[in-house]
Design a protein around this ligand. Structure first.
Ligand SMILES: Cc1ncc(C[n+]2csc(CCOP(=O)(O)OP(=O)(O)O)c2C)c(N)n1
Ligand SMILES: [Mg+2]
Length: 657
């Protein structure tokens, strides 16, 4: 590969970037122009991807963590010949209806491995991808899974707190197939990085156990040597600090934050063309440059074809392909149904966190590609089941992740595990710390990734640990997020149903909000149907006309049932609706919803803030819940103190009717 050709390959990225940003009159030219050389070397000399088969399971993964540099990714895809990234897409960067969104959005164009833009998420998601690769490699062998995960990260990604969690985790796990190329340009939006950081990033990575290499990001052979060196040590991940000039080529603006997030302007663009020796008009790429880039695609295609032949006949690969296409879950519904039957007969009194572990025993025994984990709360979240072993450097075939005290890193890694393909991840922490995961949970929902968050200790019911640990507003705040199912099961049967729905979900993440305290089995009549799938259902119907409908979730369903008994003794007909998932209930037909909610006055019972209950309750209603933070005391006293009791429900009912 002659340097002249590689220069032009890189200049094509620069030209497409500055012209597209200019046409859109918005966007970020600096980063793609600065990292064009690094990206060109990486793709030209190393990466195996096949634009004609973008989901090929053993492709190398490329994550643009610095998502504002989206034109780098779109230019690469256009030049490589991804069929859905023609010049029309580039010309219409950032416009309605085009795939070239402001930041790379998973699912908009093929080959976008993950949504990036919220800084720090990409590098942390990539850690999950790299874990998945090592796990599957250990399980299925080199013939089936044997690839690399490359990341381009900016200064911003490395400043974000989540990067610390990700880097620490990757170093400890010895993720030798992970290579991070840092756009070490010493510029962020406000100016030089000396305004805001004094961290020795290379020392930070080294301290976490990474191999660290430093290189001139515009010296292509040096970049190639660095990548070769990175790949030669598979025992640990590698950081390649690429000293680069932001906006490289723009004579008056390069090296300054002026190129970060604004069009260069027609005049500067003309000067840049001259400086780079790129005489071609806007959106014009000479054939020889296209053919050089298409050569990379051809190499990838050949690699993909060789893999297909190899992988199909590799021993044990049937399980790999079943995990990829989702058929690994085929036996789940039958297993859950028979388990539910036994539960209804046994009627155990257990915390729903315990019920979750019991259900997981069934799930994990049936679905071989479940990967569990917890952010250092395994014994509290009850996420570990029999036979699972911890994933580590020495046990890469392990299927349980000790994420450490890194909630946000865990959530991002789960996104990466799912995005990699073939893995169904779940991970636990306390529900109060959902806030610590939120940036990554939001991406699970936005991307439509069916990962499962096991959030235990879900209310004041956790008792003595007090208000810092007692979720009050988390359930409402998660319900406010589009495309996520927030489950709060009332007993062991509903918990099993939640797990069935979570594992069978294809495009929606699930949050399971689970109690610390024991709860009786309320569903003592077995139904083969998954009642939780409807989001809410009538748990206790009245004999005659309903006088009042009590709607509750989770641990408060028991309270509502007790209140209904007390009301019955006073001749008042109270129906009880269990509402484990508002989102699924909202998706039901109007007729069903009307039938469940009835026309009698309604009372909502949930040990949380009221926000979000309005739609279920309507006007003639009352709500029994929390309107302050909790307190530190034994749980039964807290329920009394905050007035979330059967007697309070009875009083509210009598006041209403
Ligand atoms: C979580 C998050 N915070 C803030 C931003 C806004 N933002 C976008 S780019 C950027 C600066 C990034 O600096 P760097 O990664 O060095 O990129 P460069 O300027 O070198 O292109 C900021 C603050 C963001 N996208 N995500
Ligand atoms: Mg920078």
């Amino acid at each position: 590969m002659s340097n002249a050709t590689e220069n032009n390959m890189a200049n094509a990225i620069r030209a497409l970037t500055m012209d597209a940003v200019q046409a859109a009159n918005s966007g970020h030219p600096g980063m793609p122009m600065g990292m064009a050389d690094v990206a060109t070397v990486l793709f030209n000399r190393f990466i195996n991807i096949d634009p004609s088969s973008p989901k090929w399971a053993d492709r190398d993964r490329f994550v643009l963590s610095a998502g504002h540099g989206s034109m780098l990714l779109y230019s690469l895809h256009h030049l490589l010949g991804y069929p859905d990234m023609d010049m029309d897409q580039i010309r219409n960067f950032r416009q309605m209806g085009y795939r070239t969104a402001g930041h790379p959005e998973y699912g908009h164009a093929t080959g976008i491995e993950t949504t990036t833009g919220p800084l720090g998420q990409g590098i942390s998601t990539a850690v999950g991808m790299a874990i998945a690769e090592r796990m599957q490699n250990a399980k299925f062998g080199d013939d089936v899974v044997d690839h690399w995960t490359y990341v381009i990260s900016g200064d911003g990604c490395l400043m974000e707190g989540i990067s610390h969690e990700a880097i620490d985790m990757a170093g400890h796990m010895g993720l030798g197939r992970l290579i991070v190329m840092w756009d070490d340009n010493s510029i962020t939006i406000d100016g030089g990085t000396d305004l805001s950081t004094s961290t020795d990033q290379q020392a930070r990575f080294a301290a976490a156990g990474w191999q660290v290499i430093s290189v001139d990001g515009h010296d292509k052979d040096a970049v190639a040597s660095a990548i070769t060196q990175a790949r030669s040590d598979e025992s640990r991940p590698t950081l390649i600090a690429c000293k680069a000039i932001i906006g490289f080529g723009a004579p008056n603006k390069q090296g300054t934050s002026a190129t970060h997030g604004a069009p260069l302007g027609d005049e500067e663009i003309a000067l840049t063309r001259a400086a780079l020796g790129w005489p071609h008009a806007a959106f014009e790429i000479p054939d020889d440059v296209y053919s050089a880039w298409h050569g990379i695609a051809a190499r990838g295609k050949a690699a993909r074809k060789a893999w297909e032949t190899r992988a199909k006949t590799a021993p044990g690969s049937a399980e790999f392909f079943a995990a990829l296409d989702g058929s690994s879950r085929d036996g789940l519904s039958a297993a859950i149904t028979s388990y539910k039957k036994q539960l209804s007969a046994d009627a155990p009194k257990v915390a729903t966190r315990k019920a979750s572990q019991m259900a997981l025993e069934v799930v994990n025994a049936t679905v071989p590609n479940m990967v569990g984990g917890s952010a250092d709360l395994t014994g509290s979240n009850l996420t570990l089941t029999s036979g699972m072993t911890g994933f580590s450097k020495d046990n890469p075939a392990g299927n349980y992740l000790y994420y450490g005290v890194r909630e946000h890193g865990m959530a991002a890694a789960m996104n990466g595990l799912w995005l990699h393909g073939g893995i169904l991840p779940y991970g636990g922490t306390f529900l109060a710390f959902a806030d610590y995961c939120r940036g990554a949970i939001r991406l699970s929902a936005l991307m439509g990734l069916p990962v499962t968050y096991v959030m235990t200790h879900d209310s004041i019911g956790l008792g003595e640990d007090g208000p810092t640990h007692q979720p009050v507003e988390q359930v409402a705040s998660l319900r406010a997020m589009p495309n996520i199912n927030v489950f709060r099961p009332a007993d062991a049967v509903e918990t099993a149903e939640c797990w069935e729905l979570a594992v069978l979900s294809n495009a929606t993440p699930s949050v399971l909000c689970l109690s610390r305290q024991g709860l009786p089995t309320l569903r003592t009549d077995h139904t083969a149907d998954n009642l939780t799938a409807k989001g809410a259902y009538v748990l206790r119907e009245t004999d005659g006309k309903r006088d009042v409908t009590l709607i509750a979730t989770g641990s408060e369903v028991e309270i509502a049932m007790n209140a209904a008994e007390k009301l019955a003794a006073d001749g008042i007909n109270a129906a009880v609706v269990s509402a484990p998932c508002f989102e699924l209930f909202a998706a039901q037909e109007t007729g069903y919803r009307r039938q469940v909610l009835g026309s009698a006055p309604r009372i909502g019972v949930e040990a949380m803030v009221k926000q979000g209950w309005g739609e279920l309750l309507g006007d003639n209603s009352a709500f029994i819940g929390m309107n302050s933070f909790g307190a530190s005391a034994p749980a039964p006293q807290l329920y009394e103190h905050f007035g979330i009791t059967a007697d309070a429900v009875v009083k509210a009912a009598k006041d209403l009717i």
